[in-house]
Design a protein around this ligand. Structure first.
Ligand code: BV8
Length: 256
C-alpha cells in the first residue's frame, strides 16, 4: 500500500527512520529532476520550432539516417538549452545525501550531466551524455575542437571515417545501453536497501526495470513525482510534488 504525502504534510516517522538507517541507497532519476532547471522533460521537450517533431522519432538511428542535419540541429538546440540552465536544489540535495549515506549510487536516464555538475561523484549515465559527440561509424570520441572548427556545418563530418558523421554520445531508442553501466546499475539495485526514484515516468526500458529489481531484492522504495508514474505501485511512499522541494527535505532529515 503506497502512502502519498503532499509537500505541506508532516513527514512520516517511518520514512525518516528508513532514511536514517539506510546503508545502501540507489537514486534513480529521470527528466523530471531537471525540469526545475528549465530543461523540459522528454515528452514536453518540444517547444517552438521543434513543436512539430516527435522526439521519439528524432532520438533514433533511423531518424538520424533519414535526416542527420535535422537530428544534429535538434541536439545542438538541446545543448544550447542545457548550457543556459544549471543544476537545481534537487540535484544538489542528491549530492548532499551521498555525503551522509555510506553507499549511495546515482543512476540517471538524463543526458544533461547536471548530477556531476551538482557534485555527485558516482553517476551511472544509462543513456549517455549530450555534451559528448562520437563518430556515427566508428563510435570514436570527436573532440569539441573539431566541432568548433566545423560549427558552420550540419551535419558535421567525422574525423574518424570518410562516411562518418558526428552524433551525440547518447543511447537512442532501439540502441542497446552500455553493458558495463547497465550491469553496475543492476548490481547497485540488487544490493540496496532503499531505492529513491525521482522525476521519471517509468516508461523507458530497461531503466524502468531497475526499481523492480531493487524491490524484488528486498529494497523499500520512495518515489518523488508530482503525479503517479508506471512505478508508483512499487513505492511505499509517494512524495507528491517537485523534486527540488522534496529532495532537500530528505537531506534535512539526515542533518537533524
Ligand atoms: C534497448 C537518450 C535493447 C536520447 C533516451 C521493454 C518494454 C517496452 C519497450 C522496450 C523494452 N525494451 C526496450 C524497449 C524499447 C525502448 C523503450 O523503452 N521504449 C519505450 C518508449 C516504450 N527502449 C530502448 O530502445 C532502449 N534500448 O532496450 O535496447 C532493445 C532495443 C529494441 C527493442 C528491444 C530491446 C534505449 C532507451 C534509451 C532511449 N534514450 N535518452 C535523448 O535524450 O535524446 S530515453 C529519454 O526518455 C530520456 O533520456 C528520458 O530520460 C526518457 C524519458 O523518460 P523520463 O526520464 O521518465 O522522462 P519523461 O518526460 O517520460 O517523464 C518525466 C517525469 O518527471 C514525469 O513522470 C513527470 O511527472 C515528472 N516530473 C515533471 N516535473 C517534475 C517531475 N518529477 C519531479 N519533479 C518535477 N519538478
Amino acid at each position: 500500500m503506497t502512502r502519498s504525502i503532499g509537500v505541506d504534510a508532516a513527514l512520516d516517522p517511518d520514512l525518516a527512520r528508513l532514511l536514517t538507517q539506510a546503508r545502501s541507497v540507489v537514486v534513480l532519476t529521470g527528466a523530471g529532476v531537471s525540469a526545475e532547471s528549465g530543461v523540459p522533460t522528454f515528452r514536453d521537450a518540444q517547444q517552438g520550432l521543434w513543436a512539430r517533431h516527435d522526439p521519439m522519432a528524432l532520438a533514433t538511428p533511423e531518424g538520424f539516417a533519414r535526416d542527420p542535419a535535422l537530428v544534429w540541429d535538434w541536439y545542438q538546440w538541446r545543448r544550447e538549452l542545457i548550457a543556459n540552465t544549471a543544476p537545481n536544489p534537487g540535484h544538489r540535495a542528491i549530492a548532499e545525501l551521498a555525503e551522509r549515506i555510506p553507499d549511495l549510487v546515482v543512476i540517471t536516464q538524463n543526458v544533461d550531466g547536471f548530477h556531476q555538475l551538482a557534485g555527485s561523484g558516482t553517476v551511472l549515465e544509462l543513456h549517455g551524455n549530450i555534451q559528448r559527440s562520437i563518430c556515427s561509424r566508428t563510435r570514436r570520441d570527436i573532440p569539441p575542437s573539431w566541432l568548433h572548427e566545423h560549427a558552420d556545418r550540419s551535419p558535421v563530418p567525422s574525423p574518424h571515417h570518410p562516411h562518418g558523421l558526428a552524433r551525440p554520445d547518447v543511447v537512442w531508442f532501439g540502441e542497446t545501453l552500455d553493458e558495463v553501466v547497465l550491469g553496475d546499475a543492476f548490481a547497485a539495485a540488487q544490493r540496496c536497501d532503499l531505492m529513491i526514484v525521482a522525476g521519471t515516468s517509468g516508461v523507458v526500458h530497461p531503466a524502468a526495470s531497475i526499481p523492480v529489481v531493487a524491490v524484488e531484492h528486498g529494497a523499500r522504495m520512495i518515489e518523488i513525482n508530482p503525479v503517479e508514474s508506471e512505478l508508483s505501485q512499487l513505492a511505499e511512499w509517494h512524495l507528491v510534488g517537485p523534486s527540488a522541494t522534496w529532495l532537500p527535505r530528505l537531506v534535512e532529515i539526515l542533518v537533524e
